[in-house]
Design a protein around this ligand. Structure first.
Ligand code: AHN
Ligand code: ZN
Length: 335
């Protein structure tokens, strides 16, 4: 009876084939240099660090334009970005809310490699809402919202990204823009363009021009809550289909498919809508949508429950690590 070759003999054959001399004709040797394997080192996103940046924002109180809390938080944000080596521009503007109130507002812009022509835009809004208009809101509505998720979370992730861009520099340009006056809009009568006043202003008064227009942008809005679910948002799929598909695929390959789900959701007139239509930069929105609720957002959305209790560091980390992977890969021409 024939004996089955042992594992050892398989290994021996394998070894012979793999040995350098095997099959090689020494006299006519052509050296095949393997393509240089560039190892992309993506820094580790520290979720505790991002969480602390979120706590600090919330500790100022609600960041509603025309308030002292808003002004103090602005000073802190500008100081942080400067500490992280960014060139900071405070883009002050006045805008009139749908209520008729004139809002003294500031878009905070933090630039890395301001001269670079290859650039990517990252954004979030840093203001929080002046009142709770959700049908799910309980108790007095006429009080400003802390906005841990709606506002704070995206800013916290971008601060940690800024810290890491300073620690592990790249050649590509990055523009981090914190839009103001995003959340002073009207959800009841749906006044057109009442939200996203800061991004409307920025899109008409861009701090960069010509050669330095970012290739594309990523907006973070409500990226810190527990069980956050990010379907591909409608405008993102219309204006930036290539980017949205690549980001979601990358996120899923990184093991974050629990958040970056294979689904699409309805259109949100968020900051990216104006960046797409006015500034004409393809921009996607990573935004938490919950299909089971009355509002389509998390239960806490535009209620006073939007506080630290609904925040999960793991969500901040998932989003932050994906954003970093995009940036450091793009820097290497591999995104
Ligand atoms: C709505 O479309 C209802 N709001 C604009 C997006 C938004 C509000 N993001 C956070 N708050
Ligand atoms: Zn909001």
């Amino acid at each position: 009876m024939l004996k089955r070759p042992s594992l050892l003999s398989y290994l021996l054959v394998l070894l012979i084939f793999l040995s350098p001399a095997c099959g090689a004709d020494d006299s006519s040797e052509t050296t095949v240099t393997p393509p240089a394997v560039k190892k992309i080192k993506v820094p580790r996103f520290e979720r505790d660090s991002a969480y602390a940046y979120l706590e600090t924002q919330v500790n100022f109180g609600p960041r509603v334009p025309n308030t002292e809390e808003h002004r103090q938080c602005k000073e802190w944000l500008v100081g942080q970005f400067k500490q992280f080596g960014a060139k900071v521009i405070e883009q002050d503007f006045q805008t009139t809310a749908y209520t008729g109130t004139v809002l003294n507002s500031t878009n905070i812009i933090a630039q890395y490699n301001p001269e670079a022509t290859k650039r990517v835009l990252l954004a979030a809004h840093w203001d929080s809402r002046p009142f709770a208009d959700s049908p799910l809101s309980e108790g007095p509505r006429n009080k400003a919202i802390l906005g841990a998720d709606d506002g704070g979370s995206g800013v916290a992730v971008l601060l940690e990204v800024a810290r890491l861009l300073n620690e592990t520099p790249i050649e590509m340009g990055v523009d981090i823009v914190l839009f103001d006056a995003e959340d002073y809009g009207d959800s009841d009568t749906h006044t057109p363009d009442s939200y996203a006043l800061g991004s409307q202003y920025w899109s008409r008064n861009m701090h960069l021009g010509g050669q330095q227009r970012p290739k594309y942008g990523i907006l973070l809005d409500m990226v810190g809550s527990n069980n956050a679910r990010f379907p591909k948002e409608y405008y993102s799929t219309q204006f930036a289909p290539r980017i949205v598909n690549k980001v979601w695929k990358l996120a899923q390959n990184m093991g974050y498919g629990n958040h970056f789900v294979d689904a699409t959701s309805g259109a949100i007139a968020d900051d990216h809508y104006y960046v797409n239509t006015i500034a004409r930069i393809p921009m996607i929105d990573i935004i938490n949508r919950q299909p089971g609720t009355q509002t389509g957002f998390g239960e806490y959305w535009h209620t006073h429950n939007d506080n630290m209790d609904i925040i999960d560091k793991r969500t901040l980390r998932a989003v932050g690590q994906v954003v970093l992977a995009v940036i450091y890969r793009e820097n290497n021409g591999e995104f």
